[in-house]
Design a protein around this ligand. Structure first.
Ligand code: GLY
Length: 291
């Protein structure tokens, strides 16, 4: 049974839930359109994540948080669970849709992870259009960076985006994209670029996309560990909850994750007060958006 679940990032402050809901609905619909037409899970998760990268309300693509220098440096990864095929990019600043550049890395097959100038050179060679980095910077994120310089804000907004899906051929895929953490050092890379930490898919088990404190997620290799829990418990929601416990207790950070299993059942959990999620299955008439 095909299914898709999408997240809009774990955070503590509700920006505008109705606005986030619009973005989530559009992303689920973009992914579901691929699956409903018999398309591939890999194309579905890429379409869902692109939709959120294009939405400046989320911390990915245009609207990414800024580094301490005021720049944008984005990370993204994508994986297909039949062949364990994966691609990722890190610290990219001149592409509008890092998830699609990660997809080109996957399709190319030679490497898994390309960073910075090397990733931009690959983009040029692959014919992926470069954009002016200034077009990715929003006024809202400029303001947030200057507020952070002045004082510690009251909490983090949701933002990193991700999707995981099962298609009718039984293939699972997952993808994640982010601008990282507000005010990070230039060159800092988080979990969203790292297969096994922020993203993982194995069609015999399921797919996972994580969000939250990247350093903590990396410490516990959260996405892959979540699939181990799924294997033991055969219950996506339970696997997600135990994974969040692992993130908080052993990783010493906050966050959340979404899961789809090899049968199309979905699960999610978060330690933050908010994590926008949305999903779609053949039994639903419209995307579920329970936040
Ligand atoms: N989880 C996103 C990041 O820490 O970069």
């Amino acid at each position: 049974m095909p299914s898709i679940i999408v997240h809009g990032g774990a955070g503590a402050v509700v920006a505008d839930a109705d606005e986030l809901r619009l973005g989530m609905r559009a992303a689920v619909s973009a992914g579901w359109a691929v699956l409903a037409a018999g398309g591939r899970a890999l194309d579905a998760v890429e379409a869902a994540v692109r939709s959120l990268e294009d939405d400046p309300r989320f911390n990915a693509g245009r609207g990414s948080v800024l580094t301490e220098d005021g720049g944008v440096e984005m990370d993204a990864s994508i994986m297909e669970g039949d062949r364990l095929a994966c691609g990722a990019v890190a610290a990219v600043s001149r592409v509008a849709n890092p998830v699609s550049l990660a997809r080109r890395v996957l399709d190319d097959g030679r490497h898994v992870l390309l960073v910075g100038d090397g990733a931009h050179a690959f983009a040029r060679a692959a014919g992926v259009a470069e954009c002016d980095p200034a077009t990715l910077v929003t006024e809202r994120q400029r303001k947030r960076l200057s507020e952070r310089r002045g004082a510690t804000p009251g909490g983090t907004l949701p933002g990193t985006v991700g999707a995981t899906a099962l298609d009718r051929h039984g293939t699972v895929a997952a993808a994640t994209s982010t601008g990282g953490t507000l005010g990070k050092r230039a060159g800092r890379v988080g979990d969203s670029a790292l297969i096994g930490a922020g993203t993982y898919a194995d069609s015999s088990l399921g797919g996972v996309s994580c969000t939250g404190d990247g350093e903590a997620i990396i410490r516990v290799v959260l996405a892959r560990r979540a699939l181990e829990y799924l294997k033991e418990a055969d219950e996506p929601d339970y696997a997600a909850k135990v994974s969040v416990d692992l993130l908080v207790e052993e990783g010493r950070g906050e966050g959340g994750l979404i899961v789809v299993d090899w049968r199309g059942r979905i699960g999610y959990a978060h330690s933050t007060s908010l994590m926008p999620v949305g999903w779609m299955t053949p039994t639903l008439g419209a995307p579920a958006l329970p936040f």
